[in-house]
Write a protein that binds this ligand. Structure first.
Ligand code: HEM
Length: 501
């Protein structure tokens, strides 16, 4: 069957520090449903696919719900239009499911008029994936034709990826290896207990050793917690709050921020992982977003890196308190776990151990999380071929020794993880060759990307240095949609909401 070519990707070439041109991918062909649609986008930074034909329903929307009074984030209780989302080739109307979606309405809003197959497969348990098939289909057929014409068919790469995923699933790649899990948890526990022991030991330098061990414990709590929030089996459900009780990082905060990074990787203005300015810049900013510190960022990068966990801990509390104020389900439990974390940690460790450990774990984690994406392509618009976009925006690190293999916490297999976030990490090494073949078979631009663990750090540092030396670029895109929580919950940037206006 003939396939339309994927929409052009807006890329930042590796050698470039200048931002991509302020252009949008071409508007999809007009469809019967979109012909009478009002201007879809109200924001110059709105994603290109805001011109999807869900607009037809906006004229039918009640006047009172046509324009929101404010740019309030989710939850958005009632959606005024059908919310059409394509999953595995079928268009569903998710408007009735909006207020019930466990992770919040904003996720569904974002996919209005778009294909959500990969995020549906990537983030959901088998139960969640069965649920959507029972939701109402988009109607009438003319509307579906319009939606289909606007979005275009799935690309061969997407279809090949879905087949690969189905084959892996059938072959048991999501079954957790409990021996591997027990080993990881035993090492982590031993490190934590040793940190407590040395915190109370009279030995010389015991305090420093305790701080170092505690920083390893916090870093590994982050990686293990990360595994379990992504996980879709019963074991990960039971372990879901590990990062909260042991690492001081709340699941609600993390799930939103991190899944957004997974869904919309390296999309400027949406992915918070690349929104590190004004402390660190990964492209030359426009003058109004610039900071004098940028000129020396390659010399002082370790300072903001060190504060990463401290900042995350503060953000965590903000989100957890907000969730309690909004009476969200599970919010009080999460806040209790956070309080338990601080009570336990401060009972076991003096501040002279705890505070350096937070800084050191921030530094370690930032050294691990920053280099695997930010030297790769960044996108100024929404990427409809999520699979290709993951290959373009991700680079693996090849570790050279058992300590590195452990400290990277699975993040070295960044591409495997991005394409299959809910798969247990023990499977990733074996997946590498399969993905190398997949990239070759599907002519993925740039292929499977990996570099040595030190080379990738050098690439990251080179990027900071290049950007430090660059002049500001008027009109360069802003890294933020709408503050720290990001653009995904911004009303204007949701295609469906923009159309509802
Ligand atoms: C349209 C795009 C969608 C996106 C981007 C999305 C995103 C997410 C995210 C990020 C989570 C949180 C995962 C976690 O922290 O563990 C989640 C959870 C969940 N979502 Fe969705 N979702 C979408 C559609 C749906 C649909 C259509 C259904 C079912 C009708 C659904 C059902 C669920 C359920 C049941 C959970 C709880 C976890 C699970 O059992 O899988 N979602 N979703």
């Amino acid at each position: 069957a003939p396939f339309a070519p994927p929409p052009p990707l807006l890329r930042l070439p590796l050698s470039s520090i200048a931002p991509p041109p302020r252009t949008s991918p071409p508007t999809p062909p007009a469809s019967p449903a979109s012909a009478s649609a009002p201007a879809a986008s109200t924001s110059s930074s709105a994603p290109a696919s805001t011109s999807t034909p869900t607009a037809s329903a906006s004229s039918a929307a009640p006047a009172s719900s046509a324009a929101p009074a404010s740019h309030a984030p989710s939850p958005i209780p009632v959606h005024p239009t059908p919310l059409d989302v394509r999953i595995h080739g079928v268009w569903y109307d998710l408007s009735g499911w909006l207020s019930k979606h466990p992770a919040g309405a904003h996720w569904l809003e974002w996919y209005g008029g778009r294909d959500a197959t990969e995020v549906m497969d990537g983030f959901h348990s088998e139960k969640g994936r069965k649920m959507y098939t029972r939701l109402p289909r988009s109607f009438p057929p003319s509307r579906v034709e319009g939606l289909e014409a606007s979005l275009g068919p799935d690309t061969p790469t997407q279809l090949a990826f879905r087949k690969l995923r189905a084959d892996l699933y059938a072959a048991g790649w999501w079954q957790r290896d409990m021996r591997h899990e027990a080993k990881l948890l035993a090492i982590w526990g031993a490190v934590g207990l040793s940190a407590v022991f040395f915190a109370h030991s009279p030995l010389p330098h015991a305090g420093k050793l305790s701080a170092f061990l505690l920083s390893l414990f916090f870093t590994q709590s982050g990686w293990l917690g990360h595994d379990y929030v992504h996980g879709v089996d019963k074991f990960s459900d039971r372990m879901r709050y590990l990062a909260t009780t042991c690492g001081g990082l709340a699941v609600t905060w993390w799930s939103t921020k991190h899944n957004k990074h997974h869904a919309l990787t390296n999309e400027i203005g949406v992915d918070e992982d690349i929104a590190t300015d004004p402390f660190l810049y990964t492209w030359a900013p426009s003058p109004e977003n610039d900071s004098p510190l940028r000129k020396i960022q390659h010399l002082i990068f370790f300072v903001p890196f060190s504060f990463l966990f401290a900042l995350w801990r503060v953000d965590t509390f903000k989100v957890a308190l907000d969730a309690v104020k909004q009476n969200r389900p599970g919010a009080r439990k999460e806040l209790r776990y956070l309080c338990l974390h601080y009570a336990a940690v401060l009972a076991a460790f003096p501040l002279s151990v705890f505070l350096p450990a937070v800084l050191l774990s921030g530094l370690m984690s930032a050294l691990i999380v920053t280099p695997t994406h930010q030297s790769e392509e960044m996108f100024e618009g929404y990427q409809s071929d999520w699979v290709t976009a993951q290959f373009l925006s991700t680079r693996n690190a090849v570790t050279t020794n058992p300590f590195s293999e452990w400290i990277w916490g699975g993040m070295q297999y960044q591409l495997e993880h991005h394409l299959f976030p809910s798969m247990p990490r023990s499977k990733y090494p074996a997946l590498r060759n399969i993905l190398i073949d997949f990239a070759a078979d599907n002519d993925v631009p740039g292929g499977y990307r990996e570099s040595g663990e030190f080379a990738i750090q050098k690439m990251n540092w080179d990027l900071y240095r290049r950007v430090a030396r660059a002049d500001p670029v008027p009109g360069a895109p802003s890294s933020r949609g709408d503050g720290q929580q990001g653009a995904i919950s911004d009303f204007d940037l949701s295609p469906a909401n923009a159309l509802a206006k």
